[in-house]
Structure formats: C-alpha cells, structure tokens
Design a protein around this ligand. Sequence first.
Ligand code: HEM
Length: 249
Amino acid sequence: MESFSTLLRTASREQHEEVRGSTFIGDLLGRKLGIDAFARYTEQLWFVYGALESGARRLVADPVAGPFVRPELFRMAALERDLEYLRGPGWRRTVSALPATLEYAERITACARSRPADYVAHHYTRYLGDLSGGQIIRDTAERNWGFAKKGDGVRFYVFEEIPNPAAFKRTYAELLDAVPGGELERQRIVAECKRAYGLNNAMFEALGEEFPLTATRSGQVSVPDGPGRRPRSIRPAGARSGSGSPSPG
Ligand code: HEM
C-alpha cells in the first residue's frame, strides 16, 4: 500500500503546481517586482507563521500533532530579523495582514485548537515547502535584490539547525506515515492540505492585486506607482507607510 507521505504528495501535486505557477510568485522571481513586494510577502508570512507557531506551542503534548512540533523548524525569529532589515526598526508599527492572510492564519489557529490532524496538514504544506522550493526562492531573491547569501532579508529560508534537509524530510515522511487514524482520517488531512494550498493561492492573488503589472502599448510591463507604494529600490530601508495591526496568530 502507498505510504501516507507519498499519498499526500501525489494527491496535492496539482495544487502545488498551481501555487508554484501563481502570477505573483512568477512576477516576483522573474524580477518584475521590486523588493517592496518581497517585503510585503515576508510580512504576510509573519502572520501565517505566528499562527503556526503559537499553535505548535499549544500542541507539543498532542498525540497526533505533537511529534511534528520541532523547534528547529520555527521561523518567527528569522522572519523578525528579515522584517527589521527589510522594513526598518519600526516595522511592528506598520506591518499589516491582507484579508486573505488573516483568513489563512485564522484557519490554522482553528485547526490547532480543535483539529490537530488538520493542523498537521498546514504544518506540512508550509514547512516542507520552505525546506524544498523555499530554497529556490531564497537563491533567486539573493540574486534579484542583492541580499547577502543566507543573510538578512532571506533568513526565513535558512534552517540553521537543519544541516541535512534531505534527511530531515525523510524523518518527516516517517512521522506522516505514523499519523494515527484510518483511511478517513488520512483523507481529511489530504483535504485540509489542499485547502492550505488554496489559502496560499488566495494570499498570492491578493499580493498580486497589490502589486499589479500593467501592460504598456509596446507590450512591456511596468510597475505603476500608487499611494503608499515606494518606487522599486534595491535598498531595503525604513518603514512602509500605511496602517496595520501588529499581532500575528
Ligand atoms: C517558486 C515557487 C516554488 C517552487 C519552485 C517549488 C518547488 C518545489 C520542489 C522542486 C519541490 C520538491 C523537492 C523535493 O523533491 O525534495 C517542492 C516540494 C514541496 N513544495 Fe514547493 N515550490 C514552490 C512553492 C511552494 C509553495 C508556495 C508551497 C506551499 C505553500 C510549496 C509546498 C511544497 C511542499 C509541501 C513540498 C513537499 C512535497 C513532499 O515532498 O511531500 N511549494 N517544491
């Protein structure tokens, strides 16, 4: 019989391809968007991981989700260093979640409270993605915006305490394979994983709306200047204008 980890990967392949091919990610990595868009995405991640990691702390002793709570995965400290670098020391005053991000974070929190198996689906979708495709994003971001290799701005993508990601992912697959419960439970986790991808997609769509590319007559694309938007810049600095509620999870 197919292992659960394999089932989860194959069952969510289509959703993975969808997020991977999202316009926002394509524009960001294709260097069509500036560092401001990258910083805005990093802000959204702060809310998502706030929910994931406050949920994790609550679930340490849970028989289903507990084994997945691995401090070496925690991303909040890295995200906060990145945001300080990208937005400046006052970043907490200006950081704000998009409605789609809030919806995503709320779903994670609800799962952590009442459906630990569904929480596992969210855990898998983000952390395994960060350990895999996240490395491609880091590499591209370093080249696009001149971040120091594995340094400030991209620390979120650097798992200092996981020297061998391939081995870690194998252990993680074993944890997935050992999740208690029958076929029905597994199907539920698969469904929640697809939902997690959908929530990521909605977040990317919202980011895409905030950072649209407009086609010019010559067929080239340009980034429009708008209220609250700084011109594309290679230098990350200072706080962004705008209001926000600085409280993830
Ligand atoms: C530029 C965007 C992305 C690229 C290029 C990318 C690429 C990849 C690649 C190459 C793998 C396979 C790694 C391996 O076999 O070890 C992978 C795995 C994965 N990615 Fe992505 N990815 C991207 C975005 C995302 C996003 C946004 C998510 C979720 C929100 C995600 C979630 C995952 C997950 C959960 C896995 C692990 C699959 C498994 O082994 O079970 N990826 N990604």
